[in-house]
Design a protein around this ligand. Structure first.
Ligand code: PRP
Length: 216
């Protein structure tokens, strides 16, 4: 155990990072440097508490944590399942709640029901394959996209999509519907497996504080 070592947090960029920092602040884990909106800095430090924070693309957070560049990561369960990295998932932050769903035009419902060989566009090929092949036992063709997945059925690239639904407004505005629900999602805390052993006291303290705040 080394109390002079920094505990490094990797936070998924975007709305989640803001919410996660708010939660951490309530537990006394603060980082004033991060509040400067104009900064081009990538790594933020709290010298007093020996903490470092950096923002990364969500899909990269599990990579940083698995390889030990960060001790603790905060990222959505969708990304954790898709990336399938060797990390400990230790806490459900109960924020960033949404659902992973099969969506499409109403007409695609029939294709799903009759287990037709359909084309499925998604940013989440691992999750989509697992759902169709292992849970539904349906053969489908998965088309990997990197964003604006709702375009798939609209422009005729795919029959349906597997994607995140939060408020449902993207679907509504594009004439698409939730056809099947795959699972509920939320933001999670992940920990590097070696850090969990070597920095157990400090990391457990941080996790416990966050948990206490969530349970309030
Ligand atoms: C996500 C998701 C949906 C949308 C769902 O996309 O892929 O498109 O949000 O949210 P809603 O149900 O509240 O409308 P994101 O904004 O991350 O952009 P992207 O599709 O370009 O990745």
């Amino acid at each position: 155990m080394d109390d002079n070592k920094y505990i490094v947090f990797a936070l998924a960029k975007g709305r989640l990072a803001g919410q996660a920092m708010e939660l951490l602040e309530k537990t006394g884990i603060t980082c004033d440097e991060m509040k400067d909106k104009d900064t081009r800095k990538l790594v933020f430090v709290n010298e007093e508490l020996k903490l470092k924070f950096f923002l990364a693309k969500a899909t990269d957070v599990p990579t940083y944590v698995e390889l030990g560049a960060a001790d603790i990561g905060i990222v959505g369960l969708d990304t954790i399942l898709e990336e399938n990295r060797r990390v400990y998932e230790v806490l459900d932050l109960k924020m960033g709640k949404c659902r992973m769903c099969v969506c499409g035009p109403e007409s695609a419902g029939e294709l799903l029901k009759h287990r037709e060989r359909i084309r499925v566009a998604t940013k989440y090929p691992v999750i989509a394959k697992d759902y169709f092949f292992n849970t539904k036992h349906q053969t489908v063709d998965i088309i990997k996209l990197n964003g604006s997945v709702e375009l798939g059925p609209i422009v005729g690239l795919s029959d349906c999509i597997v994607d995140i639904v939060e408020t449902g407004s993207t679907l509504r505005e594009n004439g698409l519907k939730v056809l099947e629900e795959i699972r509920d999602l939320s933001a999670r805390v992940i920990v590097n497996q070696v850090s969990m052993r070597m920095q157990n006291k400090r990391i457990t303290e941080i996790i416990d504080k966050m948990k206490a705040e969530i349970d309030q």
